[in-house]
Design a binder for this molecule. Structure first.
Ligand code: DX5
Ligand code: ZN
Length: 230
């Protein structure tokens, strides 16, 4: 029906294990599951696309054995076409690559390959990347990730000036079943802003893992994101 309001996607809270204790990942995953997390966000960095180096497929495979939570792998790497299949084989449920890393035709092929392998396909935008870079890929995507910090590190300040980009992606998604994720600086104080502009999937590292009560932090993020949507 033309003019109908798009069906809102459910709110998803995805704690980022970048802020976890890496010596105790199984316990940290279990702690997030008990705290009410919907997904576990896994930040993969290659020391080249971003100036930091984190984890690879063997860690994802190990996590897959110890948690029921969907594994949402965010590839901040220069060569996602080569490595994305390895994350799928390791048990990723969502693989999100950066649109800056490859030309549009290759990005489209990667989305289709991910979906053919039974994995959800996501595309991420760095803060300086215009929204137009992701729009041609929407028919082949399950998730769009708008970075609200410069990727590379946890604990940075939320960039409120990403609001127009979040809103533009939400408008372009329309009634497609595509999640709109935000990542970076999300906390109970900033989540309503992102939610009000259309984000439904909230990635949060330090705000959840460093909280005295992770369950309360997740509940606050969920309430903030949901409340902002009216
Ligand atoms: C940054 C990562 C984020 C990061 C978020 O490059 O993509 O997922 O872990 O951390 P906070 O929530 O602490 O900003
Ligand atoms: Zn991330």
């Amino acid at each position: 029906m033309s003019g109908a309001r798009p069906v809102p996607r459910p709110v998803v809270i995805a704690p980022s294990i970048l802020s976890a204790d890496f010596a105790r990942l199984a316990e940290e995953a279990a702690r997030m599951e008990r705290a009410g997390a919907d997904w576990l966000h896994v930040d993969v960095m290659d020391g080249h696309f971003v100036p930091n180096l984190t984890i690879g497929p063997p860690v994802v495979a190990s996590l897959r054995k110890v948690t029921r939570l969907p594994l949402d792998c965010h590839l901040m790497i220069t060569d996602p076409a080569t490595y994305a299949p390895r994350f799928v084989e390791a048990g990723a449920d969502v693989v999100t690559f950066h649109v800056e890393a490859l030309p549009e035709a290759e990005a489209r092929a990667l989305c289709r390959d991910l979906r053919a392998r039974g994995c959800r396909a996501g595309a991420a935008l760095r803060p300086r990347t215009p929204v137009e870079a992701v729009l041609p890929l929407l028919p082949d995507l399950d998730l769009v990730l708008v970075m609200t910090v410069e990727p590379g590190f946890g604990g940075q300040a939320y960039m409120a000036d990403m609001a127009p980009k979040i809103a533009a992606v939400r408008a372009a998604i329309g009634d497609r079943a595509i999640d709109l994720a935000v990542d970076g600086g999300l906390a109970p104080e900033t989540v309503a802003h992102a939610g009000a502009h259309g984000a439904n999937a909230i990635v949060a590292g330090s705000a959840v893992f460093r909280a005295a009560d992770a369950g309360a932090a997740i509940a606050a993020l969920r309430a903030g994101a949901a409340g902002a949507r009216g």
